[in-house]
Ligand binder design. Sequence first.
Ligand SMILES: *Cc1c(COP(=O)(O)O)cnc(C)c1O
Length: 474
Amino acid sequence: MRYISTRGGVEPIEFQDAVLMGLGDDGGLIIPESIPDVSGKLDEWRKLSYAELAFEVISLFASDIPAADLKELIDKTYGEAFAGGVAPVVPVGDVFVMEMWHGPTLAFKDVALQLLGNLFEYILERRGGRMNILGATSGDTGSAAIAGIRGRSGIDIFVMHPHGRVSSIQERQMTTVPDANVHNIAVEGSFDDCQRIMKNLATDLPFKRKYSLGAINSVNWARVLAQIVYYFSGVFGVQDAAPAGGRRPAGASGVRICVPTGNFGDILAGWYAMRMGCPISRLILATNENDILSRFFNTGQYRLGQDHQTLAPAMDIQVASNFERYLYYRIGEDPAELRRLMQQFAETGSLHVKPGPDGTVDSAFISDSADTDDVLNAIRRVHEEHGYLIDPHTACGWSVADRVAAPDNNEPILCLATAHPAKFPDAIRQGTGKDIAHHPVIDALADLPTRCKLLPNDEQAVRDFIIRTKGTDQ
Ligand SMILES: *Cc1c(COP(=O)(O)O)cnc(C)c1O
C-alpha cells in the first residue's frame, strides 16, 4: 500500500515514510491510495485473538514491513501493556460497552500510541538516525504519547500542554515520568495555541528536517490505522455475545457504534472499517458543547463555534485535525477542491458541503451533542441502574446514543468507553455524589516528583527550547 496527501502535493510514499512524515509535507493529511475490501474475510477474522486480528488489518496497509517483523511488533504491543485485554466488550443493560482503557495511561489512546512507539523505534533501528516527537495535548494524548515513547533509544518527545488548564491528574501523568527522553512544556496559553505552535513548527520544513520532527497526534496515519482494528473486534464481540436486553445480536445486520468525538480520529477509523466491509450499520458521533462536528453532519455547514470548557476536556476541540481526511472522500477525492475548501475555512472559519438527496450529509453517521447536565445524568443513571461507572467522555456518547436509539430499531448498540473514570474523579463525584472513582495507577502518582518547563505562548520560545535541548546531546 502506498500513501498520498489529501492536498495532492506528496508523491506516493510507503507506509514507513508515511509514519515518519506525520503531517503531509504539503500541509495535507496522509491517506492510503486505496481502501481494501475485506468483507470476504470476516468469518475467518472473527476467530482471531486481538493481536492476530491487528496483524491481519495492519499488514494490508504496511506492506513494506516484513510479515515476521510486523507480527513481532504487534505481539509486543498488545501483550503485557494490556493485561486486562485491549478492548473487551461487556454488556451493560441493553447496550454493549467496549472498554478501551486497559492500557498504561487508562485511555483509549494507548491502543494506538503503544503501537506507534514501537513502530518509530523499529523504523529508526533499521534506518539509523534520531527523531524528535513534538506533540500538543489538552490532557489525555500527552500522557499516552509519553507512555508510548518513554525510555526508547533514538527518540525524544516534547509535549506541550496549556499551563494550568489540564487537570492535576493529567498533569501528573505527564510530568512524573522520569525518563530523560521526555520533555514536558507548559505553554502560557490555550490548547489551540499549543496546536498552532506545533503545526507551525511541523510545516517549517527546514526545521522539521534538521530536527527530524515527527508527529504523535492523530494526523499520524498509524494512529488511525491502529484504531481500525478494534472496530472489527468490537463488532465481532457484540455479534458473538448473547442477546442483551431486547436487542438481538446483529447476525446478518449491523451494529451501531457510538463514539465520543473530539479530533475525529477515533470515529474516522470506524468509517474506514465500515468502508472495508466491517458490519457497522451506523456511526453515532457524539460531541460535547463543542459541537462543530455534529452541526456539520446535521446541516452540511462546518463552522467554528464558541469555545467551551467542559467535563470532557479531551473533546474540547474546535478544529478537528482528522476532519480533512473525511472531507477529502466526501467531496469525491479531489485535492484541488479540498485545497479550495480548506483555504476558505482558514479565511472565513466556515465551509459548506451539499447534503445528499436524503437531506443528510452522510447516511453513515448519526450525530448529536451532550451538555453538562446530560453528562452528569448519564454518569448517575448508568451507575444507579447498572452499578457501572463511566467517565465523562463515555457519558457524552452514552447520552447521545440513548437519545438517537429509535425504539423500533433493534440493532445492537456498542458504546466506546474511552477513558477510565478514575481519571476524572470530580465529574464522577458530581454525577454520583460519591468519591468512588479510583485506580492504583492514578493513586500512585500523588507523591512523585515532577518535571516541566514553563514557556511563553511563543513559537520561537518552543523552537529555541528544542534546539537547546537537542543541541547538548545530539
Ligand atoms: C481523545 C479522546 C477522545 C476523542 O477522540 P478523537 O479521536 O480525538 O475524536 C474521547 N475520549 C477520550 C477519553 C479521549 O482521550
